[in-house]
Design a protein around this ligand. Structure first.
Ligand SMILES: Nc1nc2c(ncn2[C@@H]2O[C@H](COP(=O)(O)OP(=O)(O)OP(=O)(O)O)[C@@H](O)[C@H]2O)c(=O)[nH]1
Ligand SMILES: [Mg+2]
Length: 294
């Protein structure tokens, strides 16, 4: 099944943001640490021109720590970009982000000269959660499904920083279906636009190749079955996703598996990693080369 999801509010929001970005000093792009490349909206590069950008690898608590380190190194090779892994729910983590904003634009953040920060990203990466933690109170609506925020909002942190929360924005043509499936597996695509069985099988197949030991531990197996379909059936049996006659309800099993994966119950996993820095790669190519492993 081909995945495409671009609700009407996204196009309008993008136009507004392209305009608003002119009066912004630094952009925080909130990425999902488990899939930083796929969860990055390439339209931002055009919109931001040369403005500094902080890539927040959020949901760090759910991602494979070694792979996240590799992503930070990858982003630090880009001009005018720095990267920081964090969990947006943790106040201690977000304090580091404030320091980074101040360091990035040291000439702003004084009375009459606020440091103007836009929080940008695709749906469900944790933008509103980050804003609430930074503000120390619940200002922005948060939810465990994509497209919770549908219009922008400004928040004065009273420390010289003014934040703009924005709706999660995707791109109209999802030509790369590997990216679309990774986004769907992470929870960034609306449920109405995906088939849980297809996405569940995709994610199970990846997990069987990349993190078989985590599957064995979670579903109490010494060996894994040969195929993703058999694996989903096994998971369905363990999670009690049955229909009349004791048959497995594969659709429900796939949905339950995705819920577990997204919540980190299977373990900390990353869905893609950057290519290791190899000395044979020319520096300019090296900066853009990112290999997708799913
Ligand atoms: N495990 C974990 N969950 C997080 C983290 N940050 C946010 N979440 C959860 O991710 C879900 C989405 O968070 P939101 O803050 O609503 O995401 P958003 O980017 O504002 O989403 P849209 O408004 O739809 O674009 C919520 O269930 C949050 O609790 C994090 O660091 N770790
Ligand atoms: Mg939001």
């Amino acid at each position: 099944m081909t995945i495409r999801w671009y609700p009407g509010h996204m196009g309008k929001a993008q136009e507004k943001m392209a305009e608003a970005i002119r009066k912004i000093d630094v952009i925080i792009e909130v990425l999902d640490a488990r899939l930083p490349l796929s969860s990055s909206n390439h339209q931002l590069d055009e919109m931001r021109r040369n403005k500094p950008c902080i890539k927040v690898l959020n949901k760090h608590d759910l991602a494979d720590p070694a792979v996240t380190k590799a992503w930070v190194r990858h982003y630090e090779r880009e001009a005018n970009v720095c990267a920081i892994p964090l969990s947006a729910r943790l106040h201690a983590d977000t304090k580091q982000l404030i320091k980074l904003c101040q360091k990035t634009v040291p000439h702003r953040g004084r009375p009459g000269w606020p440091l103007r920060v836009m929080v940008f990203g695709i749906p469900n990466t944790g933008k509103s959660t980050l804003i609430n933690t930074l503000a120390g109170k619940s200002i922005a609506k948060v939810g465990d499904k994509p497209a919770i925020t549908t219009c922008g909002q400004q928040i004065d942190l009273k420390n010289g920083i003014v934040l703009t929360d924005t709706p999660g924005i995707l791109w109209p043509n999802m030509d790369d279906q590997n990216v679309a499936y990774r986004l769907a597996a992470s929870g960034a695509i609306g449920a109405s636009a995906l088939d849980y069985t297809c996405v569940g099988l995709f994610a199970v197949e990846y997990m069987m190749t990349r993190y078989p030991e985590l599957l064995k531990v979670r579903y109490k197996q010494t060996e894994l079955p040969e195929t993703p379909t058999e694996m989903i059936e096994l998971i369905g049996r363990r999670l009690g996703c049955l229909i009349a006659g004791g048959e497995i309800d594969v659709h429900r099993a796939a949905e339950a598996f995705l819920r577990e994966l997204r919540a980190g119950k299977i373990g900390r996993i990353s869905l893609e990693e950057p290519m290791p820095a190899v000395s044979a790669v020319a520096p300019d190519e090296e900066a853009t080369a990112a290999e997708i492993t799913v």
